[in-house]
Design a protein around this ligand. Sequence first.
Ligand code: PLP
Length: 441
Amino acid sequence: MERIPAMHKVLADKRVAAYEARLGRDVVKRAADEVFGRARASGDGAFDTIVVELTMRLERLQRDMLLRVINATGIILHTNLGRAPLAGEALAAVAELSRGYSNLEYDLEAGQRGSRYARVAGILNEVTGAEDSLVVNNCAAAVLLILDTFAKGREVIVARSQLVEIGGGFRIPEVLERSGATLVEVGTTNRVYLEDFERALSPRTALLLTTHPSNYRIDGFTHDAAASELAQLGQRAGVPVIEDLGSGALVDLARYGAPHERTVQEALSDGIGLVTFSGDKLLGGPQAGIVAGRSHLVARLRGNPMLRALRVDKMTLAALGGTLQIYRSGALAERLPIFRMIGATLGELRARAQNYLDAIPQAQLVESDAFVGGGALARERIASLAVALPEQDAETVAARLRKNVPPIVARIAERRVLLDLRTIAPEEDDLVIDACRNFPT
Ligand SMILES: *Cc1c(COP(=O)(O)O)cnc(C)c1O
């Protein structure tokens, strides 16, 4: 039987010590205790065996936590990778307001309890032009709150072409049913007219609901009822019209080189009563669901006791506030990461790519399609550039990149691993180059 090495020697080994900064000494020691216990029991106490077993165990522990990842997929709002990266201003606001106490629900002037929602509503109204607005946990929660407030035991009219599943199992028909509303489908899969909605109106109608077809498109022989016509119909009938916009663009993306996406302001100026959208899609902020629209409708939502269960925490409000400040300043392209990515020119990407090509033998520059993602502009490509790694087993290469610290998530196309430069932050270039340079070729 080999002599078991001293624990302090194992802990001092470079391979093990690297984990101490991330996991803490106590966690590393506990893992080491277990590995030493097994080594004593099995009699295999070789230094390297212990180190390898310990690092494997620590690696697993580390992977159980949320990790920062480098997104080389070219999909800007990648739901699996956390959607929008936050702006420096948003992060600073989170740090500042979460480290200590804040006036989250405190009116400093009156010296008494204040509203959690008033301040963020103020800036949201200013940026969107809405009469009033409200923030909840995510857009799905916003839709749920609206249905629960207005449609319990009543009818909601929805076009058949919009009976969507958003993803994560959130299906409009099922959510309607769960909130105690009755779905009234109108039109056909491909065509719906204003008259279809009109004919379906009844004294039981609570809402007209339209949903952004975020993740699919029906092409060909199609017809939709215009939002402005629906809004007028709702007005005449005294029925609120809701638009679940999803991605929530607050500016015209065409100004930043992407295809135009319907904005919150457009929906509001079409006369939609309540617009719902996410905070972490095209707004570029934290996960949140925002309802913006007519004040008498938002007031009804505020009065729903269910709001308490959907309420956002201070970190979300801080990040959202910090993000919306950037909209006030107008400096989106400089300060909001997603707009930096959307707006990067091919010239800028090409200049960065040169560093990759210089460092990685046999890497090539190829044209690539980036996407906004997150349900927005599902099929509209943004011309991009990618570094194609030398041809070898692409799955193996991609798996190695995912094991990097930090992990790099790449795309595979035509059996090659592509690193799309549009979603890699320029500050991350050196990390990615280092990871690829160290590959055996
Ligand atoms: C993404 C999306 C949602 C869900 O938003 P979450 O903030 O993820 O809850 C709802 N509706 C539409 C149309 C969407 O695109």
